[in-house]
Design a protein around this ligand. Structure first.
Ligand code: NDP
Length: 287
């Protein structure tokens, strides 16, 4: 017998989640503020509740996937959460998630927060590698692990309800740094007779080859020894920065994406950390 699921929110992500649970044979009750978005799912076997309160009353497991934290507040106002297992997959900040967890507990619900590391086409497609970070009630996670694992993989990151959001934002922040670097790389060749399509695979392979450097960074942070295993010293790397800035200048490319990072490297070097590599930059960021 598959666990029945209530799902509030049938946007792009909610609809993908709904289809995955229906395909796996879970009884599903859905609600969406704009009722028209539930019509296709009704035809696929979902029960459509006329109100959020009705949807919440239908099942113990209540999954919410709305636009933002304010919409969760609005949608759940006036619903009875007593005894519910509330799983909130709405993207939020760690502080919002913690506040929402306390809010849910006050209303008699157990709470799990989620951060979705996937786009809708990856939902229900295990080989796509998408997953969801979960944090909050460990009992709730254990109880519904199998059901929650239907749309995407599950990675539990701790009892602090804010940790799922924090992991989500940490990974996406690193992604933006990577995109910023790639944008600068493409800008450098933009006016040349170089095919961006030829640069792309070189870029992708290089980024993948460099990515494991994060393991050494973690080792430095854990040991407190930022010089361990360093092959490219900060002193050498800072000495190389004019090459990057001069090349940008020669190519007519703004250095505005690279400069802030180089500035942090120079500041760390000025503190006498030339034997380290780049780990010390982290300490300059943490206020
Ligand atoms: P959509 O914009 O497609 O859908 C938003 C949903 O929120 C709709 O169901 C909408 O209802 C509902 N909503 C908005 N405001 C309110 C409100 N005040 N009261 C009740 N319902 C409201 O967003 P997604 O489905 O794509 O995203 C949902 C969540 O999933 C977001 O937090 C997003 O960050 C997260 N996410 C999305 C990803 C993506 O690639 N799409 C990837 C990872 C996470 P209505 O139909 O009535 O407008």
């Amino acid at each position: 017998e598959k666990t029945p699921v209530t799902l509030l929110g049938l946007g792009a992500m909610g609809t993908a989640l709904a289809r995955a649970w229906l395909a796996a044979g879970h009884p599903l009750t859905v609600w969406n503020r704009t009722p028209a978005r539930a019509e296709a799912l009704a035809a696929e076997g979902a029960r459509v509740a006329g109100s959020a309160a009705g949807a919440v009353a239908a099942n113990t497991l209540v999954v919410v996937c709305l636009l933002d934290d304010a919409s969760v507040e609005e949608a759940l106002a006036g619903t009875d959460l007593t005894g519910r297992d509330l799983v909130n997959l709405t993207t939020s900040t760690p502080a919002q998630a913690r506040a929402r967890a306390a809010w849910a507990r006050e209303r008699g619900a157990r709470y799990l927060d989620g951060g979705i590391m996937a786009v809708p086409p990856m939902i229900g497609v295990p080989e796509a590698g998408g997953y969801v970070f979960y944090s909050g009630s460990p009992e709730l996670f254990e109880r519904h692990r199998e059901t929650l694992g239907v749309p995407a993989g599950t990675t539990y990151v701790g009892e602090d309800a804010g940790f799922a959001a924090l992991h989500d934002v940490a990974l996406l922040s690193a992604m933006y740094g990577m995109f910023a670097g790639a944008a600068h790389a493409f800008a450098l060749i933009r006016k040349e007779d170089i095919d961006p399509g030829a640069l792309a695979p070189l870029l992708a392979d290089w980024l993948v080859a460099m990515a494991p450097a994060v393991h050494q960074t973690a080792d430095h942070l854990r040991s407190g020894d930022y010089t361990r295993g360093v092959v490219s010293s900060l002193a050498m790397q800072v000495a190389g920065t004019p090459t990057f800035l001069d090349t940008a200048e020669q190519q007519g490319v703004s250095p505005e994406l690279l400069s802030p990072y180089f500035e942090l490297m120079r500041r760390r070097l000025a503190e006498g950390s030339g034997e380290e590599d780049l780990t010390g930059v982290i300490d300059l960021l943490v206020r």
